[in-house]
Ligand binder design. Structure first.
Ligand SMILES: *[C@@H]1O[C@H](CO)[C@@H](O)[C@H](O)[C@H]1NC(C)=O
Length: 342
Protein backbone atom coordinates (compact mmCIF):
# COMPACT_ATOMS: atom_id res chain seq x y z
CA UNK A 1 0.00 0.00 0.00
CA UNK A 2 1.03 3.53 -0.66
CA UNK A 3 2.02 5.56 2.37
CA UNK A 4 -0.83 7.99 1.69
CA UNK A 5 -3.36 5.18 1.42
CA UNK A 6 -2.21 3.74 4.72
CA UNK A 7 -2.38 7.17 6.31
CA UNK A 8 -5.91 7.52 4.93
CA UNK A 9 -6.98 4.23 6.51
CA UNK A 10 -5.49 5.21 9.86
CA UNK A 11 -7.32 8.54 9.76
CA UNK A 12 -10.63 6.87 8.86
CA UNK A 13 -10.15 4.35 11.70
CA UNK A 14 -9.40 7.13 14.16
CA UNK A 15 -12.47 9.01 12.96
CA UNK A 16 -14.71 5.96 13.38
CA UNK A 17 -13.32 5.31 16.87
CA UNK A 18 -13.91 8.91 17.88
CA UNK A 19 -17.43 8.92 16.47
CA UNK A 20 -18.16 5.68 18.26
CA UNK A 21 -16.91 7.05 21.53
CA UNK A 22 -19.03 10.19 21.16
CA UNK A 23 -21.98 8.00 20.18
CA UNK A 24 -21.60 5.72 23.20
CA UNK A 25 -21.33 8.69 25.56
CA UNK A 26 -24.45 10.21 24.04
CA UNK A 27 -26.37 6.97 23.93
CA UNK A 28 -25.47 6.36 27.59
CA UNK A 29 -27.01 9.70 28.31
CA UNK A 30 -30.09 9.28 26.19
CA UNK A 31 -30.78 5.70 27.24
CA UNK A 32 -30.66 6.83 30.81
CA UNK A 33 -32.86 9.81 30.19
CA UNK A 34 -35.37 8.36 27.76
CA UNK A 35 -35.86 4.75 28.71
CA UNK A 36 -38.11 5.70 31.58
CA UNK A 37 -40.49 7.95 29.64
CA UNK A 38 -44.08 7.09 30.37
CA UNK A 39 -46.08 7.52 27.20
CA UNK A 40 -49.37 7.77 29.14
CA UNK A 41 -48.23 11.02 30.71
CA UNK A 42 -51.18 12.94 32.14
CA UNK A 43 -50.19 16.18 30.45
CA UNK A 44 -53.71 17.45 30.18
CA UNK A 45 -55.59 15.96 33.10
CA UNK A 46 -56.21 18.82 35.52
CA UNK A 47 -55.21 18.14 39.13
CA UNK A 48 -58.08 18.05 41.63
CA UNK A 49 -58.79 21.19 43.61
CA UNK A 50 -58.17 19.35 46.91
CA UNK A 51 -54.72 18.37 45.68
CA UNK A 52 -53.91 21.95 44.67
CA UNK A 53 -55.19 23.51 47.88
CA UNK A 54 -53.22 21.05 50.05
CA UNK A 55 -50.15 21.72 47.98
CA UNK A 56 -50.49 25.48 48.32
CA UNK A 57 -50.87 25.15 52.09
CA UNK A 58 -47.69 23.14 52.33
CA UNK A 59 -45.83 25.54 50.02
CA UNK A 60 -46.78 28.49 52.26
CA UNK A 61 -45.49 26.61 55.29
CA UNK A 62 -42.23 25.86 53.50
CA UNK A 63 -41.90 29.46 52.33
CA UNK A 64 -42.23 30.68 55.91
CA UNK A 65 -39.59 28.30 57.31
CA UNK A 66 -37.30 28.86 54.36
CA UNK A 67 -37.32 32.66 54.76
CA UNK A 68 -34.78 34.66 52.73
CA UNK A 69 -33.31 31.49 51.25
CA UNK A 70 -36.46 30.90 49.15
CA UNK A 71 -36.84 34.51 48.04
CA UNK A 72 -35.26 34.38 44.59
CA UNK A 73 -36.00 38.06 43.96
CA UNK A 74 -33.10 39.02 46.17
CA UNK A 75 -29.89 40.20 44.57
CA UNK A 76 -26.35 39.07 45.22
CA UNK A 77 -22.79 40.27 44.90
CA UNK A 78 -20.57 39.53 41.90
CA UNK A 79 -18.74 36.21 42.33
CA UNK A 80 -15.95 34.48 40.37
CA UNK A 81 -18.33 32.40 38.22
CA UNK A 82 -21.76 33.83 38.97
CA UNK A 83 -23.38 36.02 41.61
CA UNK A 84 -22.85 35.14 45.23
CA UNK A 85 -26.12 35.10 47.18
CA UNK A 86 -26.20 35.26 50.96
CA UNK A 87 -29.16 34.38 53.18
CA UNK A 88 -29.85 33.69 56.81
CA UNK A 89 -30.77 30.03 56.95
CA UNK A 90 -32.75 28.64 59.85
CA UNK A 91 -31.42 25.08 59.78
CA UNK A 92 -33.69 23.76 62.52
CA UNK A 93 -36.78 25.12 60.72
CA UNK A 94 -35.60 23.65 57.40
CA UNK A 95 -35.18 20.20 58.92
CA UNK A 96 -38.29 20.43 61.06
CA UNK A 97 -40.74 21.35 58.31
CA UNK A 98 -42.74 18.21 57.65
CA UNK A 99 -43.83 19.22 54.15
CA UNK A 100 -40.38 19.37 52.58
CA UNK A 101 -39.95 15.59 52.43
CA UNK A 102 -43.45 14.42 51.64
CA UNK A 103 -44.53 12.63 48.48
CA UNK A 104 -46.93 14.03 45.89
CA UNK A 105 -49.54 11.42 46.85
CA UNK A 106 -50.79 10.95 43.28
CA UNK A 107 -50.88 7.68 41.32
CA UNK A 108 -48.45 9.23 38.82
CA UNK A 109 -46.04 12.13 38.97
CA UNK A 110 -47.94 15.42 38.55
CA UNK A 111 -48.14 16.33 34.87
CA UNK A 112 -48.28 20.08 35.35
CA UNK A 113 -47.40 22.91 37.70
CA UNK A 114 -50.50 24.55 39.23
CA UNK A 115 -50.82 28.06 37.80
CA UNK A 116 -50.49 29.54 41.31
CA UNK A 117 -46.93 28.22 41.48
CA UNK A 118 -45.65 29.00 38.01
CA UNK A 119 -44.06 32.29 39.11
CA UNK A 120 -42.12 30.61 41.91
CA UNK A 121 -40.96 27.75 39.68
CA UNK A 122 -39.84 30.11 36.93
CA UNK A 123 -38.45 32.83 39.20
CA UNK A 124 -41.09 35.25 37.95
CA UNK A 125 -40.66 34.21 34.36
CA UNK A 126 -36.86 34.54 34.29
CA UNK A 127 -36.48 30.78 33.69
CA UNK A 128 -38.19 29.46 30.54
CA UNK A 129 -40.56 26.54 31.14
CA UNK A 130 -40.41 23.52 28.82
CA UNK A 131 -42.19 20.20 28.89
CA UNK A 132 -40.58 16.78 29.30
CA UNK A 133 -42.53 14.33 31.41
CA UNK A 134 -41.13 11.36 33.34
CA UNK A 135 -42.72 9.25 36.05
CA UNK A 136 -40.42 7.36 38.44
CA UNK A 137 -41.58 6.63 41.96
CA UNK A 138 -38.76 6.23 44.46
CA UNK A 139 -39.83 8.10 47.54
CA UNK A 140 -41.28 5.70 50.07
CA UNK A 141 -41.06 2.62 47.85
CA UNK A 142 -40.08 -0.12 50.24
CA UNK A 143 -39.94 -2.90 47.67
CA UNK A 144 -37.27 -1.21 45.61
CA UNK A 145 -34.22 -2.24 47.55
CA UNK A 146 -30.85 -1.79 45.89
CA UNK A 147 -27.77 -3.68 46.99
CA UNK A 148 -24.29 -2.23 46.54
CA UNK A 149 -21.76 -5.01 46.98
CA UNK A 150 -18.28 -4.37 48.30
CA UNK A 151 -16.79 -5.92 45.18
CA UNK A 152 -18.80 -3.65 42.88
CA UNK A 153 -17.61 -0.53 44.67
CA UNK A 154 -13.99 -1.74 44.82
CA UNK A 155 -14.07 -2.60 41.10
CA UNK A 156 -15.39 0.87 40.34
CA UNK A 157 -12.72 2.54 42.48
CA UNK A 158 -10.11 0.66 40.42
CA UNK A 159 -11.77 1.68 37.15
CA UNK A 160 -12.02 5.30 38.32
CA UNK A 161 -8.27 5.28 39.08
CA UNK A 162 -7.64 4.34 35.47
CA UNK A 163 -10.02 7.04 34.21
CA UNK A 164 -12.33 4.34 32.82
CA UNK A 165 -15.34 4.43 35.11
CA UNK A 166 -18.49 5.08 33.07
CA UNK A 167 -20.73 5.75 36.03
CA UNK A 168 -24.12 7.04 34.98
CA UNK A 169 -23.02 9.45 32.25
CA UNK A 170 -19.89 8.07 30.65
CA UNK A 171 -16.20 8.31 31.54
CA UNK A 172 -15.85 11.96 30.47
CA UNK A 173 -18.39 13.09 33.07
CA UNK A 174 -16.94 10.74 35.68
CA UNK A 175 -13.48 12.16 35.10
CA UNK A 176 -14.86 15.70 35.35
CA UNK A 177 -16.19 14.83 38.78
CA UNK A 178 -12.85 13.24 39.75
CA UNK A 179 -11.09 16.42 38.68
CA UNK A 180 -13.47 18.49 40.82
CA UNK A 181 -12.84 16.27 43.84
CA UNK A 182 -9.12 16.98 43.54
CA UNK A 183 -9.96 20.66 44.10
CA UNK A 184 -12.41 20.12 46.95
CA UNK A 185 -11.00 20.72 50.44
CA UNK A 186 -11.48 18.01 53.07
CA UNK A 187 -12.49 15.15 50.79
CA UNK A 188 -9.19 13.45 51.54
CA UNK A 189 -9.49 11.82 54.96
CA UNK A 190 -12.97 13.29 55.33
CA UNK A 191 -16.41 12.07 56.16
CA UNK A 192 -18.38 12.85 53.02
CA UNK A 193 -22.10 13.16 52.34
CA UNK A 194 -23.25 12.09 48.86
CA UNK A 195 -26.71 13.30 47.87
CA UNK A 196 -28.70 11.08 45.55
CA UNK A 197 -27.29 8.24 43.53
CA UNK A 198 -28.86 5.15 42.09
CA UNK A 199 -25.57 3.41 41.48
CA UNK A 200 -22.45 3.99 43.59
CA UNK A 201 -20.24 5.64 40.99
CA UNK A 202 -20.01 8.96 42.87
CA UNK A 203 -19.20 7.04 46.04
CA UNK A 204 -16.43 5.15 44.20
CA UNK A 205 -14.93 8.46 43.03
CA UNK A 206 -15.11 9.94 46.53
CA UNK A 207 -13.37 6.89 48.02
CA UNK A 208 -10.79 6.98 45.25
CA UNK A 209 -10.12 10.62 46.22
CA UNK A 210 -9.28 9.42 49.73
CA UNK A 211 -12.43 9.88 51.82
CA UNK A 212 -12.50 8.14 55.19
CA UNK A 213 -16.24 7.47 55.08
CA UNK A 214 -19.14 8.08 52.71
CA UNK A 215 -22.78 8.53 53.69
CA UNK A 216 -25.30 8.43 50.84
CA UNK A 217 -28.64 10.19 51.16
CA UNK A 218 -31.21 8.67 48.79
CA UNK A 219 -34.99 8.30 48.45
CA UNK A 220 -34.57 4.63 47.57
CA UNK A 221 -33.61 2.17 50.25
CA UNK A 222 -30.07 0.99 49.56
CA UNK A 223 -28.14 -1.76 51.30
CA UNK A 224 -24.43 -1.04 51.15
CA UNK A 225 -22.12 -3.96 51.84
CA UNK A 226 -19.03 -1.76 51.62
CA UNK A 227 -17.63 -0.99 55.09
CA UNK A 228 -16.85 2.64 54.18
CA UNK A 229 -20.21 3.41 52.53
CA UNK A 230 -23.29 3.99 54.69
CA UNK A 231 -26.73 4.99 53.48
CA UNK A 232 -29.46 7.10 55.02
CA UNK A 233 -33.08 7.77 54.03
CA UNK A 234 -34.42 11.34 54.02
CA UNK A 235 -36.58 10.78 57.10
CA UNK A 236 -33.70 9.44 59.21
CA UNK A 237 -31.43 12.19 57.93
CA UNK A 238 -33.91 14.79 59.21
CA UNK A 239 -34.43 13.07 62.53
CA UNK A 240 -30.71 12.60 63.14
CA UNK A 241 -30.16 16.30 62.59
CA UNK A 242 -33.05 17.35 64.81
CA UNK A 243 -32.02 14.94 67.58
CA UNK A 244 -28.46 16.25 67.34
CA UNK A 245 -27.28 12.76 66.49
CA UNK A 246 -25.60 13.83 63.30
CA UNK A 247 -21.85 14.26 63.18
CA UNK A 248 -21.11 17.15 60.79
CA UNK A 249 -19.63 16.31 57.39
CA UNK A 250 -16.27 17.45 56.05
CA UNK A 251 -17.57 17.63 52.51
CA UNK A 252 -20.68 17.13 50.39
CA UNK A 253 -20.75 15.75 46.85
CA UNK A 254 -23.74 15.64 44.55
CA UNK A 255 -23.96 14.90 40.86
CA UNK A 256 -27.07 15.11 38.71
CA UNK A 257 -29.47 14.86 41.59
CA UNK A 258 -30.74 18.12 43.05
CA UNK A 259 -31.86 19.43 39.65
CA UNK A 260 -34.80 17.04 40.09
CA UNK A 261 -35.74 17.98 43.64
CA UNK A 262 -39.27 19.33 43.96
CA UNK A 263 -40.38 18.39 40.44
CA UNK A 264 -42.37 15.30 41.44
CA UNK A 265 -40.56 13.03 39.03
CA UNK A 266 -39.27 10.66 41.69
CA UNK A 267 -42.40 10.68 43.83
CA UNK A 268 -41.59 13.85 45.79
CA UNK A 269 -44.14 16.64 46.23
CA UNK A 270 -43.87 19.73 44.03
CA UNK A 271 -41.67 22.35 45.63
CA UNK A 272 -40.34 25.36 43.70
CA UNK A 273 -37.30 25.50 46.01
CA UNK A 274 -36.66 21.75 46.38
CA UNK A 275 -33.19 22.05 44.87
CA UNK A 276 -32.24 25.16 46.87
CA UNK A 277 -33.39 23.60 50.12
CA UNK A 278 -31.51 20.35 49.45
CA UNK A 279 -28.24 22.27 49.08
CA UNK A 280 -29.03 24.54 52.05
CA UNK A 281 -29.57 21.49 54.23
CA UNK A 282 -26.20 20.22 53.03
CA UNK A 283 -24.81 23.57 54.22
CA UNK A 284 -26.40 22.95 57.62
CA UNK A 285 -24.68 19.58 58.05
CA UNK A 286 -21.24 20.64 56.81
CA UNK A 287 -18.59 21.85 59.20
CA UNK A 288 -17.08 25.26 58.70
CA UNK A 289 -14.50 25.33 55.85
CA UNK A 290 -15.94 22.06 54.53
CA UNK A 291 -16.62 21.79 50.80
CA UNK A 292 -19.42 21.21 48.33
CA UNK A 293 -18.72 19.60 44.96
CA UNK A 294 -21.66 19.72 42.61
CA UNK A 295 -22.41 18.69 39.04
CA UNK A 296 -25.74 19.73 37.54
CA UNK A 297 -26.80 20.33 33.97
CA UNK A 298 -25.28 23.64 33.11
CA UNK A 299 -25.86 26.28 30.43
CA UNK A 300 -24.56 29.60 31.65
CA UNK A 301 -26.64 31.73 29.25
CA UNK A 302 -29.46 29.37 28.43
CA UNK A 303 -31.07 27.81 31.46
CA UNK A 304 -34.56 26.39 31.71
CA UNK A 305 -36.94 24.20 33.65
CA UNK A 306 -38.05 21.11 31.74
CA UNK A 307 -41.05 19.99 33.73
CA UNK A 308 -40.95 17.48 35.20
CA UNK A 309 -37.64 16.03 34.04
CA UNK A 310 -35.07 18.50 35.30
CA UNK A 311 -33.69 22.00 35.65
CA UNK A 312 -30.69 23.36 33.74
CA UNK A 313 -28.69 25.91 35.66
CA UNK A 314 -26.92 29.06 34.59
CA UNK A 315 -26.24 32.56 35.77
CA UNK A 316 -29.82 33.08 36.98
CA UNK A 317 -30.52 30.11 39.26
CA UNK A 318 -27.08 28.72 40.14
CA UNK A 319 -26.44 31.57 42.60
CA UNK A 320 -29.60 30.68 44.57
CA UNK A 321 -28.92 26.95 44.38
CA UNK A 322 -25.59 27.50 46.11
CA UNK A 323 -26.67 30.25 48.51
CA UNK A 324 -23.95 31.06 51.08
CA UNK A 325 -21.36 28.69 49.56
CA UNK A 326 -18.11 30.36 48.42
CA UNK A 327 -17.20 29.62 44.81
CA UNK A 328 -13.65 28.27 44.51
CA UNK A 329 -13.36 26.11 41.38
CA UNK A 330 -15.13 25.52 38.09
CA UNK A 331 -14.24 22.32 36.24
CA UNK A 332 -15.54 20.44 33.21
CA UNK A 333 -18.47 18.43 31.95
CA UNK A 334 -21.87 19.22 30.51
CA UNK A 335 -22.99 18.81 34.10
CA UNK A 336 -20.22 21.24 34.80
CA UNK A 337 -18.54 20.54 38.11
CA UNK A 338 -18.25 23.44 40.56
CA UNK A 339 -16.55 23.39 43.95
CA UNK A 340 -17.46 25.61 46.92
CA UNK A 341 -16.46 25.98 50.54
CA UNK A 342 -18.42 26.88 53.64
C1 LIG B 1 -37.97 39.25 48.52
O1 LIG B 1 -36.86 40.10 48.34
C2 LIG B 1 -37.17 41.30 47.65
C3 LIG B 1 -35.84 41.99 47.36
O2 LIG B 1 -35.06 42.11 48.50
C4 LIG B 1 -38.12 42.12 48.51
O3 LIG B 1 -38.46 43.31 47.86
C5 LIG B 1 -39.38 41.29 48.77
O4 LIG B 1 -40.23 41.96 49.65
C6 LIG B 1 -39.03 39.95 49.36
N1 LIG B 1 -40.21 39.11 49.41
C7 LIG B 1 -40.61 38.54 50.54
C8 LIG B 1 -41.84 37.70 50.43
O5 LIG B 1 -40.02 38.65 51.60
Amino acid sequence: MQYRQRLGIVIVCLGVTMLFSVYSQLSDYFTYKLVKVNSDAPYISAPSSAYVSNLLTSIESIRKDCGQLCNTSRTGLPGPFFDHILANVNCIALFKNKYIDIGHGLPQAPGQIPTELIDEFTMNGRIPLKKYYLNQQYLGQKDKKLVWSEKLIEDWIALAKRGQLNGNYGAIETNALRDGLQHAPNIKGGRVLVIGSEIPWVEACVLEAGAREVVTLEYAEIVSEHPLVKTVLPYDFRMNFLNEKMELFDAVVTFSSVEHSGLGRYGDALNPWGDIIAIARAWCVTRSRGSLTIGVQYNFYDEFLRFNADRWYGKIRYPYLTTNWKQIYRGEGYQRVHVFTK
